[in-house]
Design a protein around this ligand. Structure first.
Ligand code: AMP
Ligand code: MG
Length: 473
């Protein structure tokens, strides 16, 4: 594995106590082959020794262990659809190690779909091609829009079959993240009353993600405050894109503020505030319009897990934590206002901001307007293609007062529409990666559309609409 020697792993998570992880190698696969390789991301990460070659294929399929890699499955807990699971953990993922990228920051290199672990709870440890390609496209689109997210470095077919609703070809995704620390990681130690490891987790998280908090007098409280701000900011960005995460369980909430775990996620075509895609989200818990509320709820859970560290006096700890978490709606509103104003071409911080998007969205919902294309129409001042209403006159008024609209890459022209993702997956199942490649290329710059990508901006025809996304990932 000569070219692997150039990758210098530095595995800080593996050095944490045993309670944090189970060390084990990925399960080798029968016949790995390339589905996709993200050369640009590899260069950014300084992975100069890696490329779309056999040596890299062997490592990223889990068939060989690169020098310096110390694979492990991380332990965590979490609330799934509100139900408590004291032990989840990486049931089908292996952290290969960490690298220091060209930006000087530390990143996890993780395989997803790489075989069973002690946390598999009866699952097969695998992923199939569909969700792997979906996560690849959606996470790379998020990155292109400037939304904090895990990234996709590679997608590899395993040459094996995976049983879900039917039998599908297996695949492994290589996921890159600032870290895979989750709210569920803190909950894992908190539920076990393991205060020492909980404290270690807080110190590790701060050291790795938020070193500016290292000297803070109350580090767990400072971390809570930071994570609250990051989550509020992240969800505001999702809302601005019409994104529905679909599984906002506490184990899928990254302390880094990155979007993580693209399962039954989707972007809306026509705007509907209570839109749900996930086939398993029966109560609509993770509906589009409910996401800020769920984000708040998740932060309450995080606060709860940190209480023993915040203050020895329980009442005082609760009071301090509440002081932070109760601000979530206010902090979210501030982030959302910035996003909403940008989408409307308003100079940020204008007082007129908050009411306008609500009025426009109400009109859009009544008219059944396409979310993405409506904002593009707005940016191009095609008012006749937008639903009528007082909001139009109000907006023009504000524009006039501020000397014209100001748009700065706030409204993507192209999004990964569900029917296009499904089309790319269907073709890939037939061995044709061309639609995936086209979509990937088009989404790499969502604010410009090449003439031959125009068709990808259209909402689905009635017979193309995807009504549900499945969790059989
Ligand atoms: P997710 O909904 O993808 O966030 O997964 C929730 C939990 O289930 C995590 O602990 C996963 O590792 C685990 N899990 C999901 N799918 C599988 C699978 N096929 N095999 C083993 N564990 C899985
Ligand atoms: Mg998960």
């Amino acid at each position: 594995m000569s070219n692997q020697n150039k990758i210098r792993f530095d595995n800080s998570y593996a050095r944490l106590p045993d309670a944090f992880h189970a060390k084990l190698s990925p399960e080798p696969v029968a016949e790995p082959s390339w589905l996709a390789w993200n050369g640009e991301l590899a260069r950014g990460l300084g992975l100069d020794g890696w490329g779309q070659d056999d040596a890299t294929l062997a490592v990223l399929s889990g068939n060989e262990i690169a020098e310096g890699s110390e694979p492990l499955a991380a332990a965590y807990a979490g609330q799934q659809f509100g139900n408590w699971s004291p032990q989840l953990g990486d049931g089908r993922a292996h952290l290969l190690g960490e690298v220091i990228a060209n930006d000087g920051l530390r990143y996890d290199v993780q395989l997803k779909g790489s075989g069973p672990t002690p946390f598999s709870r009866g699952g097969d440890g695998r992923a199939w091609l569909g969700p792997v390609l979906r996560e690849y496209l959606v996470s790379e689109f998020m990155a292109a829009c400037g939304v904090p997210t895990t990234r996709a470095l590679a997608a590899i077919a395993t040459g094996e079959r995976v049983l879900r609703e039917a039998v599908f070809p297996g695949a492994v995704l290589t996921r890159i993240a600032r870290s895979h620390l989750r709210v569920g990681t803190a909950q894992f130690f908190s539920i076990r009353k393991d205060t020492d490891n909980l404290r270690l987790l807080v110190d590790y998280t701060i050291g790795r993600l938020y070193p500016d908090l290292a000297e803070h007098a109350n580090k767990p409280l400072a971390l809570l405050e930071r994570v609250v701000d990051r989550q509020a900011g992240l969800i505001a960005k999702w809302m601005g894109l019409g994104f529905i995460h679909g599984v906002m369980n506490t184990d899928n909430v990254a302390l880094s503020g990155e979007t993580i775990d693209y399962g039954p996620c989707a972007f809306m075509d026509e705007f509907k505030n209570d839109k749900v895609f996930s086939s398993i989200d029966h109560g609509g818990r993770y509906a589009y319009g409910g996401q800020p509320h769920v984000g708040h709820w998740n932060m309450v859970q995080f606060a709860q897990s940190l209480l023993p560290l915040i203050d020895d006096d329980e009442d005082r700890a609760v009071e301090l934590a509440q002081g932070v978490v109760n601000d979530f709606p206010k902090i979210y509103a501030r982030h959302h206002k910035t996003i909403a104003n940008a989408k409307l071409g308003l100079v940020v911080d204008r007082e007129e901001g908050p009411q306008l998007p609500a009025d426009m969205l109400t009109a859009m919902q009544t008219a059944g307007s396409d979310f993405t294309n409506s904002f593009v129409a707005l940016e191009e001042q095609r008012f006749d293609q937008l639903p009528a209403g007082d909001w139009q006159a109000d907006l023009r008024d504000v524009w006039e007062r501020q000397g014209g609209p100001e748009f700065t890459r706030s409204n993507p022209q192209i999004i990964p529409r569900n029917h296009r993702i499904e089309e790319a997956i269907a073709a890939a199942l037939e061995g044709d990666m061309a639609p995936f490649e086209t979509l990937r290329l088009a989404l790499a710059d969502p604010f410009e559309v090449a003439p031959d990508h125009q068709h990808l901006t259209a909402p689905p025809a009635e017979n193309e609409a995807v009504l549900q996304t499945f969790c059989g990932t």
